[in-house]
Design a protein around this ligand. Sequence first.
Ligand code: 5GP
Length: 349
Amino acid sequence: MRIEEDIKLGFKDVLIRPKRSILKSRSEVNLIRSFSFKYSTIKWCGIPIIAANMDTIGTFCMAKSLSQFNILTAVHKYYSFNEWREFINIASENTLNHVIITIGTSDLDFLKIKKIFSLSSKLKYICIDVANGYSENFVDFLKKVREFYPDKIICAGNVVTGEMVEELILSGADLVKVGIGSGSVCTTRVKTGIGYPQLSAIIECADAAHGLSGHIISDGGCTVSGDIAKAFGGGADFVMLGGIFAGHSECLGDVIKEKSKKFMLFYGMSSTSAMKRHTGKVPGYRASEGKIVKIPFRGKVDATVRDILGGLRSACTYVGAQKLKELTKRTTFIRVSEQENCVFNHFKN
Ligand code: 5GP
């Protein structure tokens, strides 16, 4: 039995140390980053934040709203081909530039992506998404997609260790999605005992990816904009968000009215709710690995986006990073045992 003794860290275990800075104002910070990729020759420019490919979050409506901020949306895999056709017919070029098409690893997924790409040459990104990116079958599928699409930007995941990041990059991924068990509505760590604290996963996986000219997406675990800053500070090239974008008008789901308050349901993609919605049942060999939660309805997503981008700009100002790209090299983490001062939290409404 081998036990790794060094402590692995999550966002709550660290803060970023402030540094001398010549920046006068947050408005001087540029969050737009230009990317070139290991395989694809496409250049992409934008804010490297991605709405998660969960069916409640990665909607066409979310893509339309977030593209106005140059933010990406990983559109979930449950839209039919006809729904894609209708969306592509009316979507602006800017929206299509901020769309990632999610697929699983079945032959039908492969067929579907071919049909979707035939509708528009403006679509650039594919995300091959599985809960467990450690399977041989997944790696073989990634190789097949890369062979067929030498020039698309391909994301693949999820994994949390450097050796598997390397394998996915060598098998054709431009971007590897990192995170197991850190999501806000995920119960994988409880159900299986498997997982990896997100900040350490980012630091280790970014190191592995960058050594091969690949990139990583930190997926899951960000609860506030400070966590997004820590993810970028730790070396993430892109950050994917589920819970932070939940409960908005752009999400899938009904607004539930109770007394004078409004709520929305948000659930994990491996929850009983999601499995029943998409397959009609929970297969006998599977257990739910996701939660269902009722959260306050927050209206349009714009205010939330402005809030997180403002927080990120402020983080950059504190360490003197004029561009988001500089945040990693200007970040020194300090280990802490305290975060927010919560003395007035019960007065929140
Ligand atoms: P969040 O930003 O909400 O903390 O995390 C979002 C991520 O959680 C998603 O992108 C996905 O990787 C993960 N996730 C979503 N639903 C589930 C689920 O039901 N089970 C697990 N294990 N992970 C989930």
